[in-house]
Design a binder for this molecule. Sequence first.
Ligand SMILES: NC(=O)c1ccc[n+]([C@@H]2O[C@H](COP(=O)([O-])OP(=O)(O)OC[C@H]3O[C@@H](n4cnc5c(N)ncnc54)[C@H](OP(=O)(O)O)[C@@H]3O)[C@@H](O)[C@H]2O)c1
Length: 287
Amino acid sequence: MALIQNWLPPSRENWELICWIWQFFPLVTTAQWLIDWYPQGKTSNDSRLNLPGKWAWATMEAPGFLTLLYIMFALPKEQGIVELPWGNWTMAGLFTIHYIYRALLAPLVLNPSMSPIHPLVWLLAVCFQLMNSISIGGWLAGYGPTTVYDWAGRLYIMEIGLVVWGWGLLANIYHDDDLREIRRAADRKQRREAEKSGKPPEKVDKVYMMPKNGLFQYVLYAHYFCEWIEWAGFWMVGGWNCTPARSFLLNEIATMLPRALQGRRWYVEKFGKDKVGNRKAVIPGLL
Ligand SMILES: NC(=O)c1ccc[n+]([C@@H]2O[C@H](COP(=O)([O-])OP(=O)(O)OC[C@H]3O[C@@H](n4cnc5c(N)ncnc54)[C@H](OP(=O)(O)O)[C@@H]3O)[C@@H](O)[C@H]2O)c1
């Protein structure tokens, strides 16, 4: 039974409409080039409306993989497809693995603290997740390849894509963790000092330092760069004609690039030009 008739799972007509609209998302992100207001993370503010960072991240990111999984199970039944080919399930698996890390493990288990998020940012992120997962889910669950023959002859390039995806994910996690270590180290220091002074340890919320390891030597948003590599690998697995995977990568770049450039300005303001040096924002040697 459909959750929302013709939308979840989407009818072919509605899926095509969503995929078409989704290609124009970079136009929405032009606002990010024009205004610096982005109440999340380093640039969060004290709004009374703010949502707690960890739970906001989990609830804004989780709808993506949950929707995709729902479509993977519901749409084939509607379309009379008995079994989806392994290539479709492989891509659904990659998407799910990434978002189990991003939506559940990172905010709720691994991150020492996350700044509060304004509901508007939360809402836009939920819309991103829904549009993206319907676009990719529809392609994977009935409107893209539906037999093993549709994947024929693509094994070699799929393997390369899987390797690129895997290294991108590992590198993304590595750089995310380098940022976590800054707060874990600050927390250890606070606790040592608290033990000596007998006072309770201070919180490590909003403790920022210059990240230094891995690609952070060259760019301040190495974790973003690695995530783009990851989704470029995902697109390779799906193939040149997999427009939902292409839109995903381009839309991520469209929203994360201005955010990284804004973040570089933030680092220069907080730590000074000398400390930032010639490190770029997100693409080593370029941007
Ligand atoms: N933002 C997006 O539009 C977007 C889109 C798709 C995927 N992602 C992925 O989601 C992950 C997180 O993205 P994000 O935009 O939240 O990244 P971020 O602003 O760099 O923050 C990541 C985490 O590290 C902390 N942090 C950041 N810089 C730090 C520093 N210099 N010292 C100590 N702690 C620091 C942040 O704390 P605070 O929260 O307190 O600042 C937050 O907990 C990344 O791997 C990214 O690739 C982001």
